[in-house]
Write a protein that binds this ligand. Structure first.
Ligand code: SAH
Ligand code: F3S
Length: 483
């Protein structure tokens, strides 16, 4: 068995390209940092700007407009973006008419400060204001700085058909909720993305239908907190109690939405992300069990294995309740895989709390995970009320222990697949070999195998012969019956 990195990289700002319209002559360079939601938002922005005459380009120096969709989740993400702005500065010296805009969470968090602190920036647009981009562009064309960071009660972009950027033509994201009401004490998202709103199920089904018509095979339903999806006619989730009796009687929750999608699109693979364990219901698990096309993978961020720390984080479950949830899922869907997010060294975390995190990991043996040290974010409840008192070197040491353990577990999980045959959806060519396809199994593990006569978008049964801690290596046996 070879070892390999087990931490999956999130979006690190590559230029996003799409099919271009013949009559569009202006050039948009757009890059996205952070979560999948940002990537999907960039697709929405590209769609709005396509109607304004913009085609995407991968060449920064030829762009008329540069947009960077930013992330505020950790300080490091913000530092990376500030550095990137310096690069744009250098390009602007060669291409002085180029305009630069910042979108997303940093735009919302820093607002006017961005225009003051970063001279290169002409345009600041928060996550709910992308529809205003055409007006804002007129402002900057007239030589004025432009800003719109108003968060909305209802904006879900339900009627915008996102153009698919850098798409493999096989898998796509579909946003179902925006914002978050949970107020985990470490998290900046409720401040940058506003209160929670759900999108009309009909518009979600319509978007998936469009993707199915274009031969897409896998959809990931996206939200900061998908399990709290609740459609009762629109508006903020917190107003549900005030909704009419009819609105309540006809409301659609996440389990129902998932089932609607699974039934309407039986050939489409369905995934969803992200789930806060406190909002996950048994109904969702039963719907998953009932429908083979809902993938056998649960991303269930826990953040810490210590009940005391979970409480300080305002995560509304204990360690024991989380374990119970995992046990229930395993009982109902034995082949389900699990992945985690962990925050290491949150305020007041002791060695004992850290051991609780390691022991929880040993219990679950996650397939993979996203692990980071705690980064205090200005304005969050933790920043206001709790001291960030774990020294940096202790955070780093604990993080290394957590990553090393995750690597062991990932290797343990991939080895479990040896000798088994499983359905893989072909997503494209393997990064390391032109002769191999890559795709994922239902459990979300990457599989590579020789191409033979198969094509991108085919569902293939692959027998697993070898593995690293992150990838399965196999041989295609036959088409699966899902084609
Ligand atoms: N809604 C999801 C998480 C969304 S944020 C949930 O309920 O868990 C994505 C991940 O970023 C979080 O799971 C957390 O692990 C990490 N994160 C958020 N704020 C952070 C911070 N201040 N420092 C370090 N990591 C953080
Ligand atoms: Fe953040 Fe907690 Fe919501 S991690 S996105 S406040 S569920």
């Amino acid at each position: 068995m070879k070892t390999e990195k087990v931490i999956v990289e999130k979006n690190q700002g590559q230029a996003l390209i799409t099919e271009n319209k013949k009559d569009n002559h202006k050039k948009l360079y757009i890059e996205s940092y952070g979560c999948q939601m940002n990537l999907n938002d960039s697709e929405i922005v590209a769609s709005i700007l396509s109607d304004q005459g913009f085609n995407t380009t991968s060449q920064l120096h030829e762009a008329d407009l540069v947009l960077v969709n930013t992330c505020s989740i950790r300080e490091k993400a913000e530092v990376t973006i500030r550095k990137r702005l310096q690069k744009y500065n250098a390009v602007k010296r060669i291409n002085p008419t180029m305009k630069v805009g910042v979108l997303g969470c940093m735009a919302e968090r820093l607002k006017e400060k961005f225009l003051e602190e970063e001279k290169i920036v002409d345009l600041v647009v928060g996550p709910d204001a992308y529809r205003d981009l055409p007006n804002l562009l007129q402002e900057i064309d007239a030589g004025r700085d432009a800003i719109n960071v108003i968060l909305s009660k209802d904006e879900t972009y339900g009627d915008v058909s996102p153009v698919r950027l850098n798409s493999n033509g096989v898998s796509a994201f579909v946003s179902i909720t925006r914002g978050c009401d949970n107020m985990c004490t470490f998290c900046v998202v409720p401040f940058t993305r506003g209160r929670e709103r759900s999108r009309d199920p009909e518009s979600i089904l319509h978007e998936i239908q469009e993707l199915a018509d274009r031969n897409y095979k896998e959809i990931t339903l996206l939200g900061q907190n998908v399990d709290s999806f609740l459609w009762f006619g629109g508006g903020l989730k917190k107003n549900y109690n005030k909704a009419s009796a009819i609105a309540k009687a006809t409301a659609v929750d996440f389990a129902q939405l998932l089932e609607m999608c699974a039934v309407r699109f039986p050939k489409m693979r369905l995934r969803f992300s992200t789930s806060n364990p406190q909002d996950m219901s048994l109904d969702v698990i039963h719907v998953m069990a009932k429908h083979k096309n809902i993938c056998r993978h649960m991303h269930l961020p826990v953040q810490s294995g210590s009940t005391r720390i979970l409480k300080a984080m305002n995560r509304l479950h204990t360690r024991e309740e989380y374990i119970k949830l995992i046990d229930s899922i395993k009982k109902i869907i034995p082949e389900c895989s699990f992945s985690q997010d962990m925050i290491i060294g949150f305020c007041s975390e002791t060695e004992e709390d850290h051991q609780d995190t390691l022991s929880l990991m040993k219990y679950v043996k996650y397939d993979f995970g996203f692990m980071f040290t705690y980064s205090e974010r200005p304005g969050t409840p933790a920043a206001k009320k709790i001291e960030d008192d774990v020294p940096e070197e202790i955070k780093k040491r604990r993080l290394n222990e957590v990553i090393a353990l995750q690597r062991e577990h990932s290797a343990y999980r991939t080895e479990e697949y040896l000798g088994k045959t499983m359905e893989v959806l072909i997503e494209g060519q393997s990064k390391k070999s032109k002769l191999h396809w890559k795709g994922r199994n239902s459990q979300n593990t990457m599989v590579v195998f020789p191409k033979e006569d198969y094509n991108v978008g085919d569902f293939v049964n692959v027998k697993i012969d070898d593995c690293t801690s992150a990838t399965l290596i196999g041989t295609a046996v036959e088409y699966s019956d899902n084609n």
